[in-house]
Design a protein around this ligand. Structure first.
Ligand code: DAH
Length: 371
């Protein structure tokens, strides 16, 4: 057999191969278990010692030559593939940025980002819940039983069918059911309970529509559960939040006794404003001459029944909660006066009231730099 010619032939075929798959095919053909060169190596055993002495080195040289050529071709094909990828995936970093960013962030999204930033600094996580809720989470667990007048007051959108557990399904009328879900989630992980600090911004729905009400609007819920929590913690948290949100140190709050089924005691939180050039400007005590109080949000100490519905022991765990309208917070801060325009989808409105997407709200850089 002419081993030199066999080697030459193999090398020519290896050199001609254009892709890694075909190269692997050749490797198997020559050096695989059933490969032609592997077959030659096996013939050594049957040879006489003399024959082996002359033929052996030739077969080994053939194998080594083919092995080296395969490795070399493989490296060449791989680096060619890498070069091709680098050439096709170029990014021209010298291209200028667009003169102005296209599109703008809706004020509702902006305010949600600001809320997340401000509350994250106080150790709150952002929680979410489904917009399609059941009446247990939306009402019953929040101490609003079937016969409770608050159910009628919520102008609820119901679905025609009940869920698998026989619960009526609805579009959530407030973000408060996220309180229940947050507590149940914690209990699932830690049956004894654990402290909770969350805000839950999101869409809510009520069958109501006029200049100040839209069937879909936005709320943010806040929930703190821990040991020894009292109204002072609630007031400090809301004051700190509102000062950061409105970027004024002179925000003054007034807590007014109120009623919500899910809190006891319940307080309505008013914020003081002054009238400057005929406009309401937040800040200062509402009792000062020329000043007034504006109702801003609802809150209170979480009702024991609600803590129990969340799977926690109300003798051990206390907390406070609050709920505020995000659209209203946005209108107050950024000076829009018609709620309906929020949901018209008019790009001119958004271009005017929207925010630069590159300006991410940060506490250090300002949470509400106007566009
Ligand atoms: N869920 C109430 C609503 O939609 C708002 C609210 C009031 C939420 C008091 C709370 C709270 O968490 O403590 O009108």
């Amino acid at each position: 057999m002419d081993y030199a010619a066999t080697l030459e032939d193999a090398l020519a075929r290896i050199a001609a191969v254009q892709d890694l798959g075909a190269l692997e095919g050749l490797r198997v053909e020559f050096l695989g278990k059933q490969g032609s060169i592997s077959g030659l190596l096996k013939t050594l055993g049957a040879m006489s010692a003399e024959q082996r002495q002359t033929t052996g080195p030739q077969i080994h040289a053939l194998r080594e030559g083919v092995t080296a050529a395969l490795a070399e071709r493989k490296a060449a094909l791989e680096s060619a593939a890498l070069e091709a990828r680098l050439a096709s995936e170029t990014i021209d970093l010298t291209l200028p940025a667009p003169a102005a960013p296209r599109g703008s962030v809706h004020p509702v999204s902006q305010v949600m980002d600001e809320l997340a930033e401000i509350f994250a600094d106080m150790g709150f996580a952002v929680a979410t819940g489904p917009e399609i809720e059941d009446d247990w989470h939306n009402f019953t667990a929040l101490n609003i039983p079937e016969s409770h007048p608050a159910r009628a007051m919520h102008d609820t959108f119901y679905f025609p069918d009940k869920d698998a557990e026989g619960r009526a399904m609805l579009l959530r009328t407030h973000t408060s059911p996220v309180q229940i879900r947050a507590m149940l989630d914690v209990v699932k992980q830690d049956p004894g309970g654990a402290p909770i600090r969350i805000i839950a911004p999101g869409r809510v729905y009520r069958s109501d529509s006029d200049a100040t009400h839209t069937p879909m609007f936005h709320q943010v819920e806040g929930l703190v559960i821990d040991k020894g929590i009292h109204l002072g913690h609630l007031k400090w948290t809301l004051e700190t939040f509102l000062k950061a949100f409105f970027e004024r140190d002179d925000i003054v709050l007034r807590l007014r006794p109120s009623y919500f089924p899910f809190t006891e005691p319940s307080v309505e939180v008013d914020v003081g404003f002054a009238i400057v050039n005929g406009k309401r400007v937040l800040g200062g005590s509402g009792d000062a001459p020329g000043h007034g109080w504006m109702e801003l949000l609802g809150s209170g100490m979480v009702n024991r029944k609600v803590i129990a519905a969340g799977g926690l022991d109300p003798d051990e765990w206390q907390g406070f909660a609050f709920g505020a309208g995000i659209d209203r917070l946005a209108m107050l801060k950024y000076g829009m006066d018609d709620l309906r325009a929020f949901f018209d989808g008019d790009v001119r409105w958004n271009a005017h009231y929207g925010f630069n997407p590159n300006d991410v709200p940060t506490l250090s850089g300002g949470v509400g730099t106007a566009a």
